[in-house]
Write a protein that binds this ligand. Structure first.
Ligand code: AMP
Length: 280
């Protein structure tokens, strides 16, 4: 893996931000925004600055509570995982988008019942959660017992920012949203217990979502909610019998760097053409 980081900085820090409105999340505050990064010492301050900026300018509202946690990471504990291959489903409206999400989940190995339950579970949320629900990919039962908190994937970032940016630029993905989603989805899919992930954003202007899986990789779906809707969410589908505590521990604490493909492309479909991207 020497190819990935030519010179690893002596110290790297895991940074986590969570922001809410109406007090801290654990005291009933409404989730506004979150972010997780891994940066070297030199970038700590600028990262804190951009995290505050994000929390205070988010379209979901002004955060009156911001928690930023900075921890030195153990460089012996780092895992490298590949980015997922990107492709996009063609849909023309919300109805087709939701149907595509269902179809993609089933194609990825989720049962029809669990696919339906996952979509319905996001739609039934009273507000956006801070993290994701974990759901059994066969029974469709929610397994995490973490209420509106859910499981928040963290301790992850891109291995080499320039390579990652080049790979995303090559297929026209330039937004911060896309970058972060590609990192998160790659970490989730890298667990041997993951079957699929369903996501759509809680940013009111961002109607895009995706289904990601080890089997079919990253399948972007352009319309999964109406523009202006502040409700989004994530469901991680796991194999029956998954040790949820272990799974959660991997998602929250395994230091993971996501690597871009060496040739700089992240789609294996030569005919790939982007749909019109909303908010990108
Ligand atoms: P976003 O894509 O950032 O708009 O987030 C959409 C939803 O995904 C949020 O409302 C959360 O429920 C969930 N989510 C965001 N970030 C994470 C994360 N790091 N780990 C787990 N779930 C997340």
């Amino acid at each position: 893996m020497a190819k990935i980081l030519k010179k690893t900085p002596d110290q790297l820090f895991s940074m986590k931000m969570r922001a809410s409105q109406g007090g801290p999340h654990e005291e009933g505050g409404r989730h506004i925004s979150g972010q997780e990064r891994i940066v070297d010492r030199e970038h700590l301050e600028s990262c804190v600055h951009s995290m505050i900026e994000r929390a205070h300018t988010h379209q979901r509202g002004f955060a009156d509570f911001i928690n930023i946690k900075i921890e030195l990471i153990d460089l012996d504990e780092v895992a490298y995982k590949p980015i997922l291959k990107f492709s996009e489903v063609t849909v023309h409206n919300l109805e087709e988008g939701r149907q595509a999400a269902f179809d993609e989940l089933v194609a990825a190995g989720v049962s029809e019942k669990a696919a339906r339950n996952g979509i319905d579970a996001i739609l039934a949320l009273p507000d956006s959660m801070r993290g994701a629900m974990i759901m059994d990919a066969v029974s469709g039962e929610r397994l995490d017992n973490l209420g509106m908190r859910g499981v928040r994937v963290s301790d992850m970032d891109v291995a080499k920012p320039e390579d990652f940016k080049d790979a995303l630029d090559a297929i026209g993905l330039t937004s911060e949203h896309a970058r972060e989603a590609m990192v998160l989805a790659a970490k989730v899919a890298s667990s041997e217990d993951s079957v699929a992930e369903l996501c759509w954003s809680d940013d009111p202007q961002y109607t895009i979502g995706y289904v990601a899986s080890p089997k079919n990789q990253y399948r972007r779906i352009p319309y999964l909610k109406p523009a202006g809707d502040m409700l989004g969410g994530r469901v991680f589908y796991v194999k029956p019998g998954t040790d949820i505590q272990k799974y959660r521990n991997y998602m929250e604490h395994q230091i993971t760097f996501i690597t871009a493909n060496e040739d700089g492309y992240i789609t294996d479909n030569p005919d790939f053409e982007k749909n019109e991207i909303v908010g990108n």
